[in-house]
Design a protein around this ligand. Structure first.
Ligand SMILES: *Cc1c(COP(=O)(O)O)cnc(C)c1O
Length: 398
């Protein structure tokens, strides 16, 4: 059996998104900046797509939607704009979480090198930041709070509406990396007081290389890419109209069917969690309830996540052993470490990210294979032998 359970890394293009993309490559090939009819036809489609995105996150105006090359670029532009835009007003301080995506963390690190001060808050052990910790971190010179909507590795959903209200009260800009949440969870940028938001098409069955930065009107954006005057002068480069049309189709699908999809996917998630619970010395990472419908992140004591991942791949199961970027370096996940998971436990972690294409049969197959493979690795492991004989102490309960 072949099971794709790595949808947090990327999803497959939906049938609708694919059809729209192929059709647009042939029929909407004009440059929307051209005045001739081909260009204007493309411009109309672009306007339609902007409206779809605005509606899905309840932006006040479609002109608050800026198309980018993806979530990373949107994150970069949001942070750089807030930091550099407010520097002249004596605001030199930024707040974020230690468990953010590297698109946020590495941009923050660059801003630190340029003289900005950054506070990295740790979440609680359930993966969720305490709103009081955010409140305590805000200072007179704070320019921006950037806190992700939901975590890509362990799925915890942050108290975004409360943080938005807090930032509004304090007069601080609020950005959220909502790449894992858009089209999967209800989002209302007005009600939640979100000033800027990043999203990415390939995390909801759209194409790769397309995303959005939402920026509330009145926020001054600073270009990350200089050139032509596309996107109201804030993002240069000939516009990827087919990719954007395809993204809009995928987004509309996700937003129109959200309630049904959430229910279906959460049921699959809970079935998987239930199945893995039988494995001794194992633990679910992240809050069990306030979590993405499709995310299951589990730690198994005494085994290496990478070995598990490769053995599962041999059985046809695609999953992840941490974030896609850290898995190459074999460093334990900064997300699990940030929420206080001991290093040896973080090393033995797997992430399954499910979506509407998965089935109950696939979940049962995953459970069967994970149980078999873990039992095998533990049997041949000297480390496990030490745990059994009491030479080492268990970190997790049986
Ligand atoms: C995937 C991801 C990104 C990066 O998006 P790209 O479109 O691949 O650049 C950023 N943040 C989070 C939380 C993600 O999951």
């Amino acid at each position: 059996m072949k099971v794709y359970a790595d949808n947090a890394a990327t999803t497959y293009l939906s049938k609708t998104a694919r059809e729209v993309l192929i059709d647009a490559l042939d029929n909407y090939n004009g440059n929307p900046n051209s005045l001739h009819s081909d260009g204007q036809l493309a411009q109309e489609k672009l306007d339609e797509a902007r409206e779809v995105v605005a509606k899905c996150i309840n932006a006040k105006k479609p002109n608050e939607i800026y198309f980018t090359s993806g979530g990373s670029e949107a994150d970069n532009q949001a942070l750089i704009s807030a930091a550099k835009g407010l520097k002249g007003k004596g605001k030199n301080h930024l707040i974020t979480l230690s468990i953010e995506h590297h698109a946020v963390l590495h941009t923050m690190a660059r801003l630190e090198k340029e003289g900005f001060e950054v506070t990295y808050l740790n979440p609680q052990s359930d993966g969720i930041v305490a709103v009081e910790d955010v409140r305590d971190a805000i200072r007179d010179d704070t320019a921006l709070v950037s806190i992700m909507f939901a975590n890509n590795e362990m799925g915890a959903i942050q108290p975004i509406a409360e943080i938005g209200a807090l930032c509004k009260e304090k007069g601080v800009l609020f950005h959220t990396d909502a790449v894992q949440a858009v089209a999967h969870l209800p989002i209302d940028v007005q009600e939640m007081n979100i000033d800027m938001l990043s999203l990415s098409a390939h995390k909801f069955h759209g194409p790769k290389g397309v995303g959005v930065l939402y920026a509330r009107n009145g926020i001054k954006l600073i270009n990350v890419i200089e050139g032509g005057a596309q996107e109201r002068g804030k993002r240069a480069g000939t516009i990827n109209v087919p990719g954007i049309m395809s993204m809009a189709a995928a987004l509309k699908d996700g937003c129109d069917n959200m309630e049904v999809n959430m229910k279906k996917v959460a049921a699959l998630r809970d079935r998987l969690i239930e199945g893995l619970k039988d494995i001794p010395y194992s633990k679910l990472n992240g809050d069990a309830v306030k979590r993405l419908p499709g995310n299951v992140n589990y730690s198994f004591e005494g085994v290496e996540g990478e070995s598990l991942l490769l053995s599962l791949d041999n059985e046809g199961i695609c999953c992840s052993s941490g974030s896609a970027c850290t898995s190459e370096s074999l460093e334990p996940s900064h997300v699990l470490l940030g929420m206080g998971v001991p290093i040896e436990i973080a090393h033995g972690s797997l992430r399954f990210s499910l979506d509407i294409n998965n089935t109950e049969e696939e979940i049962d197959y995953i459970v069967e294979k994970v149980k078999k493979i873990i039992a095998h690795y533990r049997e041949i492991s000297p480390y496990w032998e030490d745990l059994k004989t009491g030479k080492r102490k268990h970190c997790l309960a049986e």
